[in-house]
Design a protein around this ligand. Structure first.
Ligand code: SAM
Length: 201
């Protein structure tokens, strides 16, 4: 990798880390994207899912859509969430999979990870675990997942093909992926792609 590219990627990643540290620690702050319960309601999350989930996970929700909307989560399913943030989607999926299911979140931001892990422990989500890692090299075994979800994360990666390859690697044959993300219908100019603030949003 050229030095210039490495430096740009470093700056982009540090902007992404900073942005979601803020979302973990200060969910009430005003962001330029929808967040928290109002965002989840806008995306059609069922009230009973939000009411049952840990409140701090709802408050720090920063997804861009609703991966549960058209998704069946069979009882006993193993779910992997790529870029799990404060954990809302994983807590919902874990309840849907029931006590014989398993739910694994992969997250690179220490503050999000700490928050989600504490919530799982404090609220008795025994089937939920959050692992520190990058979604480009997810710390999850091949073929272990019945369901892969991801919400608002792939757009933040500069190795999107690798992320998709990882989603397929961790899925078992016949498993399902439900990915909600931001897409652009036209090529984004370098002036935007290389601006850490715009990338992180
Ligand atoms: C927009 S937030 C969405 C979080 C969560 N999916 C939700 O719906 O609330 C993006 C999250 O992905 C994490 N993230 C971004 N790029 C990542 C990467 N390459 N590997 C792992 N996590 C990443 C960020 O730290 C942040 O917590």
């Amino acid at each position: 990798m050229t030095t210039a590219r490495a430096l740009t990627e470093q700056a982009l990643e540090s902007a992404v880390l900073g942005m979601y540290t803020d979302v973990a620690a200060q969910p009430d702050k005003e962001y330029h994207f929808w967040s928290g319960r109002p965002a989840a309601e806008r995306f059609g999350y069922r009230a009973e899912w939000l009411d049952a989930a840990p409140l701090p996970a709802v408050e720090s929700f920063a997804g861009v859509g609703n991966p549960h909307l058209h998704l069946e989560v069979p009882s006993g399913a193993t779910i992997v969430d790529l870029g799990s943030g404060a954990g809302l989607d994983l807590f919902i999926a874990a309840r849907r999979a029931g006590p014989t299911g398993r739910a694994i979140g992969v997250e690179m931001n220490e503050d999000m990870l700490r928050k989600a892990t504490a919530l799982a422990r404090e609220r008795g989500y025994a089937t939920v675990e959050f692992r520190k890692g990058r979604i480009e090299e997810a710390p999850v075994a091949d073929g272990c997942a019945d369901v892969v979800i991801s919400n608002g994360v792939i757009n933040l990666s500069f190795r999107k093909k690798k992320v998709m390859a990882e989603a397929f690697r961790v899925l078992r044959p016949g498993g399902r992926a439900s990915l909600t993300d931001v897409v652009s219908e036209s090529l984004i100019p370098d002036s935007i792609r290389n601006d850490p603030k715009l990338w992180a949003s």
